[in-house]
Write a protein that binds this ligand. Structure first.
Ligand SMILES: Cc1cc2nc3c(=O)[nH]c(=O)nc-3n(C[C@H](O)[C@H](O)[C@H](O)COP(=O)(O)OP(=O)(O)OC[C@H]3O[C@@H](n4cnc5c(N)ncnc54)[C@H](O)[C@@H]3O)c2cc1C
Ligand code: SF4
Length: 474
């Protein structure tokens, strides 16, 4: 433990965000960077608890107290080495992880957890600047071939680990560039795409072969892949969006959130001209249905596109401002979240269900909503409409941010014929093995839509099992 009384002397200090009036005029990252001296002081607040609940809360098992101590002592290189033992891409999680660790931090009992996520990104960015991160191709190749299908964080992590183990890895991606939802879902103002390119460049120089614009099951059959490779890791995400089949769903101007976000990410990437987007929020009244993170990303993107007004509604009740008794520390705190996008200006409503979309000349003009009441006992929640509360919210762009139900099953998954679970995710055993003898799976494809850090953890675990499988079968 670096400074035994650090947490008593030093207050939590966040790097903070760029001013609202500046950041809404561009798509650059919102979060700022703290100077190195303050960052090391923040690391000194870590108490190196006997039982580090932060470590327990982190899906990749980051050794948080260890690298915080090194950071406090100014050993940036040692801190990076320790961090990279458990996390392939701290530059992603350090930017966009909801910091499950900070919810478990003992100092969070006083609502002042260590700035773990920001410390993580500071360590990895310093490592890039100082040149500690260089391509390190494996010394020996095994001669075994692995196909990783889908290049989101799960696929990237699996490919990285398997390549390090000396296998010949090909990462297949249907889109024109690799990165999955990191690239085409998450807006640039949360994660700059140069951060993904920088990591992919290292992986390619280490020997990972990346084949983009190649949809397995369409451009190349699943049968060809299973014949040509010794093992396959399926990491295609959970791309089937949840829909809202109510009256008026077919009206122009009602879109899935991801289509809207992807269009803007492609424009920023110069891979699509702004004029092709029929989904632009410019000058429109935008209604985002769904109160989660994807919805919040739609809010920030609509504001940058110069929407006239942005409203976000959620069917669930408004979360409390502080932990409920049933949700104690060190569990993830289910409390009201106000994102940087919300700060930029939007009206938010809870306990509202969508009755129907209303339109004129086949274009959406508004949404009829109704208040709902939630009652519950024995862990079961019951929703009932509140009579006399129907009203119309005007909208000429409606974005459905209702989550994802399961992977896209048409094409590769049905061709492979792998067994599915009750939710129609790909079913795997504890070794990440599917019902097909050569096929493994990881990430949102097996867990359902989740988080980047969970996808990385899952990809790492699948890679370990694939490596064991290949070693057993040599
Ligand atoms: C808008 C949005 C914002 C989010 N924000 C956050 C956030 O801030 N923090 C966070 O932790 N999580 C966030 N998430 C969740 C996170 O992005 C996902 O949980 C994570 O990306 C899942 O990783 P994955 O590798 O399993 O799948 P994905 O990232 O979905 O990648 C799957 C890849 O497989 C490709 N693919 C699909 N089928 C084929 C095929 N047949 N052949 C070849 N390639 C194929 C897809 O094109 C895609 O590139 C967000 C999600 C969304 C939608
Ligand atoms: S990956 Fe997420 S949960 Fe783990 S230490 Fe980093 S910010 Fe915390």
């Amino acid at each position: 433990m670096g400074d035994i009384t650090g947490f008593l002397k030093i207050k939590r200090k966040e790097a903070g965000n760029r001013p609202v009036n500046e950041r809404i005029c561009d798509y650059s990252e919102v979060e700022q960077i703290l100077n190195s001296e303050d960052r090391m002081l923040q690391a000194s607040r870590c108490m190196e608890c006997g039982i580090p609940f932060c470590h327990w809360s982190c899906p990749v098992d980051n050794l948080i107290p260890e690298w915080n101590d090194m950071l406090y002592r100014g050993d940036w290189k040692g801190a990076y080495k320790r961090l990279s033992e458990t996390n392939n891409f701290p530059e992603f999680t350090g930017r966009i992880c909801p910091a499950l660790c900070e919810h478990g931090c003992v100092l969070n009992i006083q609502n002042e957890p260590v700035t773990i996520r920001e410390n993580e990104v500071a360590i990895v960015e310093r490592a890039f600047t100082e040149g500690y991160i260089k391509p390190q191709p494996p010394a020996v190749r095994t001669g075994r071939k692995v196909a990783v299908i889908g290049s989101g964080p799960a696929g990237m992590a699996a490919a990285d680990m398997l390549n390090r183990a000396g296998h010949e890895v090909t990462l297949f991606e249907k889109d024109e560039k690799a990165g999955g939802l990191l690239r085409y879902g998450i807006p640039d103002f949360k994660l700059s795409k140069t951060v993904i390119d920088r990591r992919l460049d290292i992986m390619i120089r280490e020997g990972v072969m990346v084949k983009t614009a190649t949809e397995v099951g369409k451009d190349i059959s699943a049968r060809e892949i299973t014949e040509a490779y010794d093992a396959i890791c399926v990491t295609i995400g959970a791309g089937h969006p949840r829909d809202l089949q109510v009256e008026g769903r077919d009206l122009d101007g009602v879109h899935f959130a991801l289509d809207f976000l992807t269009a803007q990410n492609r424009i920023n990437d110069s891979s699509a001209p702004e004029s092709i987007s029929d989904k632009s929020a410019r000058g429109k009244k935008v209604l985002v249905i769904g109160g989660g993170d994807t919805g919040s990303d739609c809010v920030g993107t609509s504001i940058r596109q110069k929407a006239e007004k942005v409203t976000q509604i959620e069917i669930l009740p408004k979360p409390p401002l502080s932990r409920a008794e049933s949700n104690p520390w060190p569990h993830y705190a289910k409390i009201l979240k106000t994102s940087t996008s919300h700060e930029e200006g939007c009206d938010r409503y809870w306990s509202l269900s969508t009755v129907r979309f209303i339109g004129k000349d086949n274009k959406v003009t508004g949404v009829e909503v109704e208040e709902v009441e939630w009652t519950g006992a024995n862990g079961k929640s019951l929703m009932s409409p509140v009579p006399g509360t129907k009203r119309i919210i005007e909208a000429d762009l409606v974005l459905l941010a209702l989550g994802f139900v399961h992977p896209v099953l048409e094409g590769m998954i049905s061709e492979l014929g792998v067994e599915l679970d009750a939710r129609k995710n790909v079913k795997v055993d504890r070794y990440h093995a599917t019902s097909h003898p050569k096929v493994f799976a990881a990430g949102d494809t097996v867990n359902g839509a989740s988080l980047v850090v969970r996808a990385i953890a899952s990809g790492r675990n699948a890679a370990r099992e694939i490596n064991n499988f290949l070693n057993k079968n040599t």
